[in-house]
Design a protein around this ligand. Structure first.
Ligand code: AHM
Ligand code: MG
Length: 337
């Protein structure tokens, strides 16, 4: 492809925002900050083995999990870049217990939720990791941003996306006008449109779940796993099991190829592991925009009213037919037992 045919992320965002009649450039400025943060984190991820930034920071995050050095670095980079945009009044992060109210920006209309480095157990072993972001408009007209402004249903997201630091680095996002993917060209340091209008196949052949927890799964999830493994020519079964333990990597593969990712409730964690605001909502907005589905097993993820910034929900996400079947098996078994 010649460079005259390249569409950069920045150009694409400007063109897309011109389709919104009330767009004033604020969202574009937030995206510019996210893009910059993604490039800086990418630089640090790529040299992680060369300098002393691998390993543990020796501190825990708000969920009591050990923080990796790169988690902390990525968190600081995203917060600094978003603060600089001048358009964001509150940042909430998986790594921070409390919301960050940005000084001097109390009246700005946007709130951004981030999981700055998702899949951190994969950092030390050189497997794919990612960053997730989700953008909301402040619902109140009050002058000072409040914590309640952050507790919005996922269906009110204005934009969401992720960066995957894989064999190449990609940024995938939606503003409610479909899903588009951009690959970072290392030579010119620009994200270039490489995956326009991503659509997930309605059926897939991949199921992604941490089967190590099998004995703790609800009966319906166990039945669905057995269904995925059973031989049946007509429905192309058995399906393939693929699970790396990095939501972004598992999600990205299933988005492009078709499949289902499940993080179910377990006996130990009745709400699953993944966080509504930082992981489930942004991925659910993306999957719906790509033609797929996301459910907690009981309801559409995007309809869940959050009551805590760090709350967890079970997640069934991916190709529509697969999610519908998994959820119906979950509920059928729940009725029987
Ligand atoms: P993290 O945000 O602390 O990295 O944790 C979330 C990760 C997801 O990326 C992944 O899907 C999940 O945890 C894997 O959990 P498990 O190891 O229980 O299968
Ligand atoms: Mg995460």
């Amino acid at each position: 492809m010649s460079y005259s045919q390249i569409i950069t992320l920045e150009q694409f965002i400007v063109d897309q925002q011109s389709l919104y009649k009330d767009a004033d450039g604020s969202l574009s400025r937030i995206f510019r900050s996210i893009e910059l943060a993604a490039k800086v984190v990418n630089r640090d991820v790529r040299k992680a083995g060369l300098v002393d930034i691998l390993g543990n920071q020796g501190t825990s995050n708000t969920h009591g999990e050990e923080q990796k050095k790169l988690d902390v670095i990525a968190n600081n980079i995203f917060i600094a870049a978003l603060a600089k945009s001048g358009e964001v009044s509150i940042i909430i992060s998986e790594e921070n217990e409390d919301p960050i109210f940005l000084e001097g920006a109390e009246e700005e209309k946007y709130i951004v939720a981030i999981d700055p480095l998702d899949g951190s157990s994969n950092i030390d072993v050189n497997a794919s990791i990612g960053s997730i972001f989700s953008i909301y408009r402040r619902p109140t007209a009050s002058k000072t941003a409040k914590i309640e402004d952050c507790l919005q249903k996922g269906k009110h997201q204005v934009a969401a996306g992720y960066v995957i630091y894989g064999s190449s680095t990609m940024l995938v996002y939606t503003t409610g006008l479909g899903v588009n993917g951009f690959t970072l060209d290392d030579n010119i340091q620009e994200f270039c449109l490489s995956h326009p209008d991503i659509a997930i196949p309605t059926k897939g052949k991949i199921f992604s779940i941490n089967e190590g927890n099998y004995s703790d799964f609800p009966a319906g999830v166990k039945s669905y796993i057995e269904y995925c493994k059973a031989k049946d020519k007509d429905t192309n079964r058995p399906y393939s099991a693929r699970y790396i333990g990095s939501l972004i990597a598992d999600f990205h593969r299933n988005l492009l190829k078709g499949g289902i990712f499940i993080y179910p409730p377990t006996e130990k964690s009745p709400n699953g592991k993944l966080r509504l605001m930082y992981e489930c909502n942004p991925m659910s907005f993306l999957i719906e925009q790509a033609g797929g589905k996301a459910s907690t097993g009981e309801t559409r993820v995007l309809d869940v009213q959050p009551n805590d910034l760090h709350q967890r929900v079970p997640l069934f996400i991916g190709s529509t037919d697969m999610v519908e079947l998994a959820v119906s098996m979950l509920n059928e078994e729940a009725l029987v037992s």
